[in-house]
Design a protein around this ligand. Sequence first.
Ligand SMILES: *Cc1c(COP(=O)(O)O)cnc(C)c1O
Length: 439
Amino acid sequence: MSENSDCPTPAFATAQVRSGFSAQTAPAAAVPPIYQSNAFEFESLTHAADLFAHRRDGDVYSRTANPTVTVFEQRLAALEGGSASAGLASGQAAVAVALLALAGRGGHIVAATQLYGGTVDLLEDTLPDWGITTTFVDQDDIDAWRAAVRPETRALFAETVANPVAQVLDVRAVAEIAHEAGVPLVVDNTVATPYLQRPKEFGADISVHSATKFIGGHGSVMGGAIVDLGTFDFTAQPAKWPALTEPSRRVPGESLVEHFASGSPFIALIKAKYMHDLGPTLSASSAFQLLQGLETLDLRMQRHSSSAQRVAEHLAAHPAVARVHHPGLAGNAGHAAAAEYLPRGVPSVFSIDLHATGDEAADFARVEAFIAGLRVVRLLANIGDARSIVTHPASMTHSHLSRSQLAEAGISTTTVRLSIGLEDPDDLIADLDRGLAAI
Ligand SMILES: *Cc1c(COP(=O)(O)O)cnc(C)c1O
């Protein structure tokens, strides 16, 4: 399960096209094939028994391992500098399974208030059904992170770049608090992608992704991933992690940290227990499409980022726009953090606030007129597509949040989220001007 041996230390652009696959893996195929097979033949019964007992690596059944999915997992781990990764059916599955694996026995999570709406629903509504509770803190309030930690805390969780308002996480500071508490920092790196940020370099321990967004990049396939960045030592306080450190039914007589000492015990737990028992599998054909996306990740992110910067600068000077929440702008609260954590550019997902009238219905009507005036940018609940997208968080992606949660996340009725795609930026600017003129 190694790197491509032709190039043992690939740079980013090489890793995104080559890692996890060599033509020897599949005779003569230059592109990783879609292994559209649920199960895989064993050489012998002894071979089968060894695979079932995790005595050797290999593919048994595609719910937990499939060769096309494995290429995707190894490539993503390479891009993020991680030790191993698991591909899942969606980003939501990746977040849920990563947190279940850490906090699954009545644990506690400290999470940023600035999170994807689906993650807030998971933490507030579904994980409590399983006895897992969450304390939410403003991600910029470092003392609040520290104060929220309890003996039963098992993870700190935040997005490296949040949305809709594009707050940039101080990864180093939050990682330090996690490590003082003896727990990993888990980051959702969906919006930044491994191209704009490698969270491991700043102290994060585990990253999760919605590959549905920029990694796939074409708005056509759902997927997710969990990457073990290989930095967290689960043996330092073994009593905190019984699923990893006590004898496991998955490797009888041993613990996962013993059995998988040379690999990633955490990813082994994700696959052997959670993927195996709950079944949120990434399909081979989806993994294939995500690999097609990964191969151009750097080029697309450069274009997304530079176009969004131009659009943001244009909108900041537009009289119909009250505020632009883009950390690439000099006046933005996250501008210094962006220089530190996003040296290759700022993601293309950001928000603008239209001028508010003070009357909610009138404000909604202004947003409606703006969106109705757009011809190129389309109204969808998605980000990270080749197409530019407009979303109204208060009535769409974040509509399950309470009024105070909306305020804490920096969202008002006049907040409009943009995900700048790969169209010509001049066409996008003309279109947004057309929408603003329609208010
Ligand atoms: C979309 C998204 C998710 C959920 O991913 P799905 O692939 O839609 O399940 C999680 N986190 C962030 C930041 C997202 O944008």
